[in-house]
Design a binder for this molecule. Structure first.
Ligand code: IFM
Length: 759
């Protein structure tokens, strides 16, 4: 078993879309679905970060751009196609180490001609505008004319499988015959953002060019070039396909010339040269992110898949884009960005690739005006970050969707899921705690903290009778319960958001008093607001059980029907208890995903071991894990409170969310949050890494008995730490001087040295 590969053996029409998602190649700028060129089944997907459009769609959505992958082989005039040929052998491999997707297939056409095709593809990590494929074609039982068709398809729509909702976001601007090569330029409907794809085929053997004739044509919204060649039985011919992509977001120059220059240089440097720099770039990434789990191959491949796809989805070169819930892997959730980014994915980047983390936070800063507009439009002040975000920070959550039974339902999350503001505040302070990047905080972070606090000031309601502040009619992380009052996740984090705003306002005063003055002026806040903030933070309502042990998820939760979960499916996911009415879930204590448990992980230092344990046990029995965000959180809190048995189960469920499609919707894109949750399960869960109240790192590991060794690295302030955790020994290497607490004992590590600790 190669622990760097995800492999698919055997051709199966039913899992094509799932593997298109699993086999996405992305570089944070572009995501190309892992479509097999020789199949007509599946969903085309060429997503470019930051390219959004509404057009005739329900809401603004990521645009499925013109598809540059088109590549057909005709033996005489017979198309080599998986659906019509007999498949003699079939294998696809995603090599995560080098970020190369390859395919090996042998097929026989209806007329009995057998051909072997070995191909590979990469989307360059070293130059985000470049991507390429290579095809090795061997006739097995014939010699004859072969036509190779290269095309770019501009007829792509979004929601192609959903007849009522198909929408086209691109108008064709121009098709080009580059001779050799083709190009197709489009523009989005609303903002008229230009997008161009260029491709060129090079087929060469020892005698030079293998092509004998070429024909260019524009067929409707497709631009096509076809080459004629002659192939001999048993002789392999190699064809390279080079591709470049540009949009108006990248350049002020004419798109065609930018992309053409890029293509010419790419072809000149060659496929293999770019492939090497691409692999080297990935090598650097892997040095930062890899996690080794020795002794458990399933966990090893699974965790690498999650790290790979998460790292592939981000691009530090663009501070105006973020990672969508489904990353650049599919149209699910319309390419929108949720709290998934800050709470689930960002910690991975903060600890392993801080420059990317900063770019992700800058996306929020760059969309702050949209957030201010959201607050204004809903009658509040300050900044209200959107529950679902696209390119400008305004709210893009659809108003209507479908429930579990397919009935049309009003979606309230965009109106009521307010905790997104504090989730972003959490991302900001967490980034600062780990990196100490003062420049970020001074220039961007404090402004976001103050403006989100100002929002909470306008959002809370004062209950005079009880002398407390409340936040009513909200949705917490558990989306089964809508319009609830005083959801603790929301209230607690609003309080915490306000406290952080006050703390960092004082911090900024010390660092740069003038900057703070300007900021207060700009945001229209003064001492009166700050005093009110203190009052709110002291008096915000946190419902609890009478003895104070169990936090009540929201006011009135304890009075709802308790329905025991007794059955589990083959992936050990809870099955709906018998008799439960899916349109009345709000009347029950069944919850969709971690809510109170989530709070205890976002702010672990705020809750004692006993409180965590009691709440974990109480809510675990009630959680349906109907969101992929849930199992990782139960794994981490489970480990913190000694439920090691279930923790492994939740961990495997998390890392195999997409590989085993255990939420049943991998077709529509990656579960980005669970890729981040996978990293967190290992680092915060099994390794027990946290930041202590003294500001130092703490480690409290527990690893399953079949794990011989768990290894990973993190950036901590100005040093890199490398952890190796064995069953009875822990080794910590640090590039800088550090103090670290391991199982509650403090160890000093000097620069470039290792401490070895016996458990
Ligand atoms: O952000 C999540 C939410 O918590 C649950 N439903 C799916 C969203 C996107 O992943």
């Amino acid at each position: 078993m190669n622990l760097w590969n995800v492999e698919l053996e055997g051709y199966n029409k039913n899992n094509i879309k799932k593997y298109e998602t699993i086999f996405v190649l992305a570089n944070g700028y572009k995501g190309l679905r892992g479509r097999l060129e020789f199949s007509k089944i599946g969903n085309k997907g060429n997503f470019l970060a930051g390219i959004f459009d509404k057009g005739q769609a329900q809401v603004t959505e990521i645009v499925n751009c013109q598809d540059p992958l088109g590549f057909n082989i005709y033996i005489d005039n017979e198309l080599v196609n998986m659906e019509e040929c007999s498949v003699d052998s079939f294998k696809r491999v995603l090599n995560m180490k080098e970020a190369i997707l390859s395919a090996e297939l042998v097929v026989t056409t209806k007329s009995g001609k057998t051909v072997e095709i070995n191909s590979e593809r990469y989307v360059s990590k070293s130059n985000v505008h470049r991507w390429a494929s290579k095809y090795e074609i061997t006739p097995k039982n014939f010699s004859g004319k072969v036509f190779i068709e290269n095309y770019i398809d501009g007829s792509v729509t979004n929601s192609s499988d959903d007849v009522m909702n198909r929408s086209k976001h691109l108008s064709i601007i121009q098709a080009y015959d580059i001779r050799p090569g083709i190009a197709l330029e489009t523009k989005t409907i609303d903002k008229k953002i230009g997008i161009i794809e260029l491709t060129r085929l090079i087929g060469e053997n020892s005698k030079g060019n293998i092509f004998k004739a070429r024909r260019y044509s524009k067929l409707g919204e497709k631009v096509v070039e076809v080459y004629e060649t002659f192939m001999r039985e048993g002789t392999t011919e190699v064809i390279y396909k080079y591709g470049t992509t540009y949009t108006d977001r990248d350049t002020d120059e004419e798109l065609y010339y930018s992309a053409l220059e890029e293509l010419n240089n790419f072809v000149l440097q060659g496929y293999e040269t770019e492939k090497s720099s691409h692999s080297e770039a990935w090598d650097e990434v892997w040095k930062d992110i890899d996690i080794q789990i020795q002794g458990d191959d399933k966990a090893q491949v699974g965790i690498r898949f999650n790290l790979f796809q998460l790292a592939a989805s981000a691009y530090e070169g663009d501070e105006k884009v973020s990672i969508a819930a489904k990353a650049l892997h599919g149209e699910g959730y319309k390419g929108h960005v949720f709290w998934d980014t800050e709470v689930f994915m960002l910690p991975f980047f903060i600890y392993t690739r801080p420059k990317v983390a900063k770019a992700l936070l800058m996306y929020r800063y760059n969309t702050l005006d949209g957030a201010r507009e959201n607050a204004r439009l809903s009658g509040y002040r300050g900044a209200r970050f959107p529950w679902e975000a696209a390119d400008d920070g305004t709210e893009v959550t659809p108003k209507w969707g479908f429930d579990y039974e397919g009935n049309a339902v009003r979606i309230w999350t965009g109106d009521e899921e307010f905790h997104i503001n504090s989730d972003i505040a959490f991302g900001i302070t967490e980034y600062f705690r780990v990196t100490c990047d003062e420049g970020f905080l001074i220039n961007f972070g404090v402004e976001m903290l103050l403006d989100t606090a100002k929002f909470w000031e306008s959002r809370v309601e004062y209950n005079e009778e009880e002398d407390r502040y409340e936040i009513n009619s909200v949705i917490g992380p558990d989306e089964f319960h809508e319009h609830v009052n005083n959801n603790v996740f929301t209230n607690y984090l609003a309080k915490w958001n306000i406290e952080k705003a006050i703390y960092f306002k004082e911090w900024l005063k010390r660092k740069d008093e003038n900057k703070l003055k300007i900021l207060c002026n700009q945001l229209c806040v003064n001492e009166e607001d700050f005093e009110k903030w203190v009052d709110i933070s002291k008096k915000i309502y946190i419902p609890k059980s009478e003895d104070g042990t169990i936090i009540e998820q929201f006011q009135g939760f304890f009075d709802l029907d308790y329905i025991p979960i007794t059955e589990y499916d083959q992936n050990s996911m809870p099955i709906w208890p018998k008799g439960v009415k899916l349109d009345r879930l709000g009347d029950t204590q069944l919850i969709k995903q971690a809510d109170v448990v989530q709070l205890m992980l976002v702010l672990p230092e705020e809750f004692s071991y006993d409180i965590k344990k009691a709440n974990y046990e109480y809510y675990e029995k009630r959680t349906m894990h109907k969101s992929s965000l849930s199992p990782s959180m139960y794994s981490i809190l489970g480990l913190a409170v000694g439920d090691t048995n279930n923790a492994y189960k939740y961990f495997i469920k998390t890392v195999y969310t997409d590989l085993e499609d255990n939420q049943g919707n991998t077709d529509f894109g990656l579960h980005g949050a669970s890729t981040g949750g996978s990293w967190q399960s290992v680092v915060f869960g099994f390794a027990g890494l946290s930041i202590g109240l003294d500001g130092n790192l703490k480690l409290r590991p527990w690893i399953p008995s079949n794990w011989d060794k768990l290894c990973f690295g993190v950036n901590w302030r100005n040093s890199k730490l490398q952890f190796s955790i064995y069953q009875d020994v822990i080794e910590v290497y640090s590039t800088g001087e550090n103090s670290i607490s391991v199982n509650d004992r403090i160890y000093k590590i000097s620069k470039n040295s290792t401490v070895v600790i016996k458990k």
